[in-house]
Design a protein. Structure first.
Length: 327
């Protein structure tokens, strides 16, 4: 076993003991393994103690030039995920993705320095955090959303399931991981509410859905009950939990057929932006989205375009509202 593999395994056991989410564990393992694959290929270094600051700086430069999905931490995954077929294959990594890689490496090297005590110097200590790029969250138009939804064959189990998942995210703003974790017992039709358990921190919260969503959920449950016996609200036809990557692939394929660039988080973004555009307040939105604070919500969604600001203004113009009372 390589020296790096030994310490990666120790680190993953340490993180597991901290009860971190499966998603966080996967993120850590992938980022660290990709880094040491680079270290082995470029510098023939497999020992954690030989990593220096200059290596990490060069790795960051490499990431800025590397295309998406052109490097994998587990070669076997290529046989399952077929990254070459993705529409964004070889596209430039975003600054946010690079920032996340560096963040994960910092956690690992801090662990080696403080917990394992195998490093004389922490090579990543003076590597500055990479400031994530700020982009205005784009809205998917009503026509584009409807067009994407029309691509799902709702006469089939898979098509109807994926269609309903999309509607639920669009109506409630929950994360894709949260949507696929929902069990039938979490539904409260009387109060049109849903008990959500965050897969990352295990915290629970209630979200609410519309009367139209209530109808769709009731129809879906009646439909899938003929095909699958499962506790999950959105199971596979075998009754097991649907994996995020499988749903995301189905949604992206639907978007491709509709000529619309769409992914699960875009639906969540649209929920949040539309909630604020329609007059919803930041505090309640933050709670509904499951954010740790309103500051998180503020930094993520208070970035309206000029057109959106104009729409809000026309709705809440002081003079317009006063004139209604004067007439």
């Amino acid at each position: 076993m390589k020296d790096s593999d030994f310490y990666i395994e120790n680190f993953m056991l340490y993180c597991t003991s901290k009860n971190l989410s499966k998603k966080t564990l996967m993120s850590y393992e992938q980022a660290i393994k990709l880094f040491f694959i680079y270290m082995h290929n470029e510098f023939q270094i497999d020992e954690v103690a030989k990593v220096e600051k200059i290596h990490i700086q060069k790795y960051i430069q490499y990431l800025k030039q590397r295309g998406k999905y052109t490097a994998v931490s587990n070669p076997e995954s290529e046989k399952i995920n077929h990254p070459i077929n993705r529409t964004d294959y070889k596209k430039e990594l975003s600054i946010t993705t690079i920032s996340n890689y560096v963040r994960d490496l910092k956690v690992f090297f801090n662990y080696l320095f403080h917990e394992e005590e195998v490093l004389i110097k922490n090579p990543i200590k003076k590597i500055p955090n990479i400031k994530s790029e700020r982009k205005v969250k784009r809205l998917i138009s009503d026509d584009d959303f409807i067009n994407v939804m029309k691509q799902f064959d709702v006469t089939t189990f898979h098509g109807y399931r994926n269609y309903t998942v999309c509607l639920l995210i669009f109506d409630t703003g929950i994360r894709i991981g949260e949507a696929l974790n929902v069990m039938v017992r979490d539904l409260d039709f009387k109060h049109k509410s849903l008990l959500i358990t965050n897969p990352k921190n295990k915290k629970q919260r209630y979200v609410f859905f519309s009367l139209e969503m209530l109808r769709n959920l009731k129809h879906w449950i009646k439909f899938w009950d003929r095909y699958s016996d499962s506790e999950w609200l959105f199971p596979t036809i075998r009754g097991t939990k649907l994996e995020e990557r499988n749903f995301e692939y189905a949604l992206r394929q639907a978007g491709k057929r509709a000529n619309v660039d769409v992914h699960p988080h875009l639906l969540r973004n649209n929920y949040a932006k539309r909630y604020l555009l329609n007059g919803g307040d930041l505090a309640s939105l933050s709670q509904l989205l499951g954010h740790s604070s309103t500051e998180v919500t503020k930094s993520a969604y208070l970035d309206f375009t000029n057109e959106e600001i104009g729409q809000i203004y026309q709705r809440y113009s002081p003079l317009s509202n006063l004139t209604k009372k004067l007439r």
